[in-house]
Write a protein that binds this ligand. Structure first.
Ligand code: MG
Length: 248
């Protein structure tokens, strides 16, 4: 397993994209090994294994309303364990639950340590963005009145397909499709707390380390997934993350 950069025109078919192997890791100055493959010859895994995944609840007003309330005045944050992370094409494994939901989210990948960072300096700490799915066992979340069990199952944090390092993600479309049917359709500009505000707020609580992931909240339209489904999170300018759903 190794790091690589995906090269080619954004949005081009996979056969027109290539992967160039990175010597070492993608933080700081990058050196290449000279090895190169066509993208279809490469199996992509989760693009990062974070030390922590920091999430925000109710960061889109229309999602807060569908959950039966208003968004809280200051960000409510929680953690998903790194063991929940899984990659493109990997199965989401459903535990016994009455309802497991998809939540399409812009995922921010931290590139440099961030502690007590003011919003105006926050973007210096961003490596890039990927697609995230904050999979949630809604019945367990409600029963526990907190998020650890309902959002912490293995495979409940699909990330991918790669880290896009060259976009402005402040106003891009975020969708979720289940078996091709559009379920969520929002824009990152609808966030109540934007990416710099989230990084600043979280970094005043806990140091964000290179590779850590911030899940920025989900737009309206969350809904159940069941075994046999395929759920696809797509973000404009980044790509698409598809995962089959299976019973555990
Ligand atoms: Mg969420």
């Amino acid at each position: 397993m190794l790091w690589g950069t995906v090269e080619g025109e954004a949005g081009a078919p996979p056969a027109n994209l290539t992967v160039a192997a990175i010597d070492g890791h993608p933080f700081g100055a990058i050196a290449f090994t000279g090895e190169r493959w066509a993208l279809p010859e490469v199996r992509l895994v989760a693009p990062i294994l974070p030390s922590k995944v920091v999430c925000i609840g109710k960061n889109y007003a229309d999602h807060a309303r569908e959950m039966g309330g208003e968004a809280p005045p200051s960000p409510v944050i929680f953690l998903k364990p790194s063991t929940a992370v899984t990659g493109p094409g990997d199965p989401i494994r459903l535990p016994p639950s009455d309802r497991v939901d998809h939540e399409a989210e812009l995922a921010v990948v931290i590139g440099a340590p961030a502690r007590d960072v003011p919003p105006e300096q926050a973007m210096r700490h961003v490596l890039g963005y990927t697609c995230g799915n904050d999979v949630t066992a809604r019945d367990q979340q409600r029963a526990d009145v907190q998020f650890t069990r309902g959002k912490g199952h293995d495979s409940f944090c699909p990330l991918g397909p790669w880290i896009e390092t060259a976009i402005d993600a402040s106003d891009v479309r975020v969708t979720a499709r289940v078996n091709g049917d559009l379920r969520q359709d929002g824009r990152t500009s609808q966030m109540i707390h934007d990416v710099p505000a989230l990084i600043s707020f979280m970094s005043h609580v806990m140091t964000l380390l290179p590779g850590d992931v911030i899940m920025t909240g989900t737009p309206a339209g969350v809904g159940p997934i069941v075994a046999g489904d395929t759920v696809t999170v797509e973000i404009e300018g980044i790509g698409a993350l598809s995962n089959p759903v299976v019973a555990k």
